[in-house]
Write a protein that binds this ligand. Sequence first.
Ligand SMILES: [Zn+2]
Length: 566
Amino acid sequence: MQILTKVTPMTKLRCYLILLTGLIGSTQPVFAAAQINDPHNDTGQTLLYNGVVLVLDEDNTQTQAIVIADDKVIAVGDNSLRAQYPNAKMIDLNGQTLMPGFIDTHVHISGKAQRYIDLTKVSSIAEIQKLIREKAAQLPPGDWITGYGWSEDTLAELRRPLIADLDAAAPNNPIMLTRAGAHSAVFSSEALRLAEIDAQTPDPEGGTIERDDTGALNGIIRERHQEMVGKLIPVASNAELRPSLVQELQNLFPLGITSIVEASNTVDYYSEWQHIYATHRGRLPRAAVQLAYAGDEKMSSFGLKSGDGDTHLRVGAIKIFADGGFTGPAAYTTKPYRGEDEYRGKLNMTEGDLRELIRKAHTQGWQLGIHAIGDAAIELVVAYLSEALEDMPREDHRHYLNHFTIKPSTSAMKTMAANTIAITQQPNFMYTLEGRYTEYLDGERLQTNNPMRSPMNQGIHVAMSSDILPLGPWVGIYAATTRKAMSGAVFGAQEKISRFEALRAYTTLGAYLTREEDIKGQLVPGMLADFVILEDNPLVVPDAKLLNMQTNAVFLGGRQVWSKQP
Ligand SMILES: [Zn+2]
């Protein structure tokens, strides 16, 4: 999805309270403090035993106990480790499962401004209208109201919110409500008036201003809404956004996530991440931040490159948006969308510009993490990356594609494998976006949407991530291993992967994308002690349980950073 720079609010007081509650709530140990900070124990070692310890190494080692010291794993084995480390602090896992923390290699985390409404859990347009009315009452007249996360698939009215719905709720406020996935948004009349968009305004390059049967605006703009309207929304200050950004990062722990790749950020905002990580070091998930290419001068004066930083925060790959998404739809496909004669989405830029940008960033030594959803976009990106690699070879470049939603040709996948172009894939889309895919796709490309088995069989490195649809690993693990969508329908069972493969794709294979596979993602001695304690073993529970797997505690660098118990 696209960067959500303009989403922002909460009163300062509310932010403060949430932050405070979050900090208090998230630092309570699941095990008695005395157990962890035993004054009689000066070895600095902690032994967690009597559990199911999933190492997630290549051999799928499963054992009972783990010993940590400082921020690292020092031993893994069965309960006999108790005899070998008699002076370690002892923690009885009571049969719980302990595995490496999840590494979500495609998320979007941003602070929220006072004007912002969270729409990720709304269940009707009426509820959206209620939230708008409440927000309008808190803001001065004429102030912007923004929101993110609605989806017609989960609204009781089974349709999208439209301009009339927004106008009825707050006629005097400009309103922008972005759909889940951020590829489209709905606007109020006041917002479109400020943007000087009317029924005669032509569609922008790569975007669509929707009109109803009578030619009137229905309020929806697909793809270019940020440039057309969103840019008018005043930017919230870093100080206004900071508490909620910290909170959003801490909210990842209960989901079992100990590392992320923030998938679309800017060189300008990176210093704010540095500030936050300097302040909250060790109490936030480890992060790599993907950056948009901001021009030659700015990129060189930035002074940092992909991989620079430390184990807590580092610069990620350059993010390029090759095409759009499926909520539009605007993904660039080789065949027209279902029921369309010609329309097959669009590239976000010309082919020449895409090729040039890839070559330039590659030549300058950046790692590339490129958004490509449609098969036509994927094949073009693979061709341009391969060409750049051929002309200017670079060992161990770690370039990867974000999404890889529509399966490209076998020859494109073979080229990816030959050039070690990796993928971070979101099988949870298969589940969550079922309605969109069945509406816009058909045949094999519908069945094989968000493939994992095919690229893996070709020898491509495939990591898994959530792209916040929804945030967290379990919907993706369920979908990748069952190929079941929200309705229960199975799509392309031949794309199934095993539970073990899915867990690996969400841990060590994710670490590879930030060059950290030697320090995290498996629980072997010498690696960082980043792990989660789960109520049950995800390798053996029934399928349905995967959708409801509970995290009991989270350790980051050997320190407990979250627990379920009060
Ligand atoms: Zn995204």
